[in-house]
Design a protein around this ligand. Structure first.
Ligand code: TMP
Length: 286
């Protein structure tokens, strides 16, 4: 199933899972986070109430699913790496003027974000044929597209996130034409910037999925990038060998899944200092 946070009953207090990693040296914020109220649990992330109104804490799990949730697994250290990678990419994007929900990373697995009204759409930007595009249109994986294309999917787990058109989106009120214009403009800027950034470290950005939200501030609304950008929702191939360094290693049983995510972080220069030792959870720091 395409991801989407699923509303769950609100527990009154949160007991962090053993792997929550709230006691890493020098990362004291997370100790305060430990009792925050859980608001949503998705397949790869959990959202908690933030320390101030209008903020949330986004917690990255190691859980992985694919194929409409039929395949489930754990990619050890994925949450730590995705937290770092998403922090890095969102920060770079903010620097070049793309508004995002990201405020700051709190600890190994949590980041502070702005609370936004999630637009129920997934935008997939594609530069090279792969995955469902290749299957749907019979295109050989790896074929460079004549130009980058954007697809829309309606975020609905029960319907398995069907592909939709602009007509569906505006007709059913999921987003206005102005929202769509803003999202497309941002998606193309994000694609240009990230394609260059990844190419600089020998990685082809084949495609990626992003989500947007509406941020309300001072009686104004603006569309901002939300969710995460990580190897969970990008296809990242080595520029020379074509080796996959993303969640396709899990989806397609290619092995060395953790290593793929680690290699992306390593090339971006953000692998946690202790390397793989840091990936698993609190015990890594003992
Ligand atoms: P697709 O080729 O399977 O449609 O995937 C396109 C991109 O979207 C790819 O980078 C992986 C990402 N994606 C998600 O982030 N979540 C999903 O549930 C699916 C199916 C794809």
């Amino acid at each position: 199933m395409r991801r989407g946070a699923v509303a769950i009953p609100l527990p009154l207090c949160y007991t962090p899972p053993a792997s929550a990693g709230p006691r890493f040296g020098g990362e004291r914020d997370s100790v305060q986070m430990a009792r925050r109220r859980q608001l949503y649990e998705g397949k790869a992330k959990v959202l908690f109430e933030g320390p101030e109104p209008g903020t949330l804490v986004q917690y990255f799990k190691d859980d992985a699913t694919s194929g409409n949730g039929t395949k489930k697994g754990v990619i050890t250290g994925k949450g730590v790496l995705n937290n770092r990678i998403s922090e890095y990419l969102m920060t770079r994007l903010t620097e070049m003027g793309v508004p995002t929900h990201f405020i700051r990373r709190l600890n190994m697995r949590e980041q502070l974000i702005r609370e936004v009204e999630i637009i129920p759409l997934e935008l997939v930007v594609r530069n090279v044929a792969a995955g469902s595009l290749s299957t749907r249109l019979g295109l050989k994986e790896g074929t460079r597209l004549p130009r980058s294309i954007i697809e829309y999917y309606y975020k609905n787990d029960q319907l398995q996130d069907p592909m939709v058109s602009e007509e569906h989106i505006t007709c059913f009120g999921w987003a206005s034409t102005q929202d769509l214009d803003d999202m497309v403009a941002l998606a193309l800027r994000i694609n240009d910037f990230l394609s260059g950034l990844f190419l600089g470290v020998g990685i082809v950005l084949v495609d990626f999925k992003i989500e947007f939200g509406r941020l309300y501030e001072n009686d104004e609304m603006r569309i901002v990038l939300a969710d995460e950008i990580s190897p969970d929702n990008c296809r990242l191939w080595d520029v020379n060998t074509g080796e996959k360094m993303d969640k396709d290693r899990f989806r397609r049983d290619l092995g060395k899944v953790e290593e793929g995510y680690q290699e992306v972080a390593r090339r971006l220069g953000i692998l946690p200092e202790a390397g793989a030792r840091d990936m698993k959870g609190p015990e890594a720091m003992q």
